[in-house]
Write a protein that binds this ligand. Structure first.
Ligand code: ATP
Length: 370
């Protein structure tokens, strides 16, 4: 079956529809749309460069309604292919198996960076990406608690490499699995940086679209060295809306600029508290600070997450909100932020010129729940 005359220049028309659907330029969506001629049928193939599983059905339905009478459902294929991106191809050696390493950082401690990291990691996974998490918060690792596997240790078959831990279908490694907290807490900068490098290099990561790195809070020498030690693809800065946190978030943005790591955007955490009884929103830590900071730096605000007891309780109980309540509106908030992050990376950071060549490992699926 071939496309009818009405379907002339279909990829261009599809690009226009998608541009308006996602509020993008046609130049952005044009590369996603191809006409593929098979033996029996011609297909419109849309290849999305970001993860958006929860949106695919609606997007497909929208395209089909726009193309009503022009193409049939059988002639439309929508796939997702997340590329490996690299802002500094000449200086940063890629890591086998990992397509993109995304730092989640905060200028100030206690703003919810780790909680946001883990929920974002699960949100990206639920949107269809293969995701792992590396706890680089050497001085205060909290990922083992949030994954509910404190006290677990990575196994090793050769005494050189570690199998990452698996929990709720997510692969992870953390200094918290390796040494007692009180030991790591007294390490000096070089030792902490070495530990991070080892965690990254000596873990047998499966093929991952994204490795989320929960960075230590702050913007001092240690954080700067760590940002340089890890071949980061990009960063996301988490802040709360009040001035004090924003001033530190600003320092975080500057730190990544210094080391040429693109900042994909900001996530404002604890943006408001919504009363369960009456629905009123209280802006406990001030209002719209994240939006103002994002605007000042020309960055997108990827998400605004409320202060909510469920977020804390699920994290403390070792089963983050995205795992415990994946259907809740709060989980939807995190998935919105995850899709925005994934899209921003695809649209703003160049892909590796050598394509996926550095991805050498087996495409091991992450199966089962740990
Ligand atoms: N949106 C939220 N709603 C309610 N509680 C939250 C939220 N985000 C984080 N928390 C809680 O706030 C506390 C601090 O969060 P978290 O450990 O993620 O912060 P952090 O910025 O990583 O801290 P650190 O500076 O120690 O690394 C935790 O008890 C966490 O459960």
């Amino acid at each position: 079956m071939f496309f009818s005359k009405k379907a002339a220049n279909l990829p261009r028309k599809a690009a226009k529809i998608l541009a308006s659907y996602f509020s993008l330029d046609v130049a952005d969506t044009q590369p996603w749309c191809k006409e593929v001629k098979g033996d029996n049928a011609t297909q419109l193939v849309i290849t999305l460069p970001f993860c958006a599983n929860s949106q695919l059905a609606a997007m497909k339905a929208h395209l089909l309604s726009e193309f009503s009478g022009v193409i049939t459902e059988n002639q439309l294929t929508v796939v997702t292919r997340i590329a490996s991106h690299n802002p500094n191809a000449s200086t940063v050696a890629p890591i086998t198996n990992i397509k993109n390493i995304i730092a989640v950082a905060s200028g100030k401690g206690g703003v919810g960076k780790s909680t946001t990291s883990i929920n974002l990691a699960f949100a990206l996974q639920q949107e269809g990406a293969k995701v792992g998490i590396l706890d680089a918060d050497i001085y205060g690792p909290s990922i083992p608690i949030m994954l509910g596997n404190e006290g677990a240790h990575p196994s090793s078959s050769d005494n050189k490499h570690m199998q990452p831990l698996q929990a709720h279908g997510m692969v992870a490694n953390s200094i918290g699995y390796l040494v007692p907290q009180e030991d790591a807490a007294v390490w000096r900068g070089p030792m902490a940086s070495r530990a991070l490098k080892q965690l990254l290099d000596e873990t047998l990561w499966p093929v991952l679209d994204y490795l989320i790195v929960d960075m230590p809070p702050g913007t001092g020498d240690i954080q700067l060295t760590m940002a340089q030690q890890v071949p980061l693809t990009a960063a996301v800065v988490v802040t709360t809306p009040q001035d004090l946190a924003l001033a530190d978030a600003q320092k975080g943005i500057s730190m990544f600029e210094k080391v040429d790591v693109p900042v994909l955007g900001l996530i404002e955490n604890m943006s408001y508290y919504q009363c369960r009884a009456c629905g009123t929103k209280d802006y406990v830590f001030s209002k719209d600070g994240g939006e103002a900071l994002a605007e000042r730096h020309g960055l997108p605000l990827l998400g605004q997450l409320p202060l909510d007891i469920n977020i804390r309780e699920h994290a403390d109980a070792g089963s983050p909100l995205l795992v415990s309540e994946p259907q809740s509106p709060l989980a939807e908030n995190y998935r919105d932020a995850a899709r925005a992050l994934s899209m921003q990376l695809a649209l703003t950071v160049p892909t590796r010129s050598e394509g996926a060549k550095h991805i050498k490992g087996d495409p091991i699926g992450i199966v089962g729940k740990g």
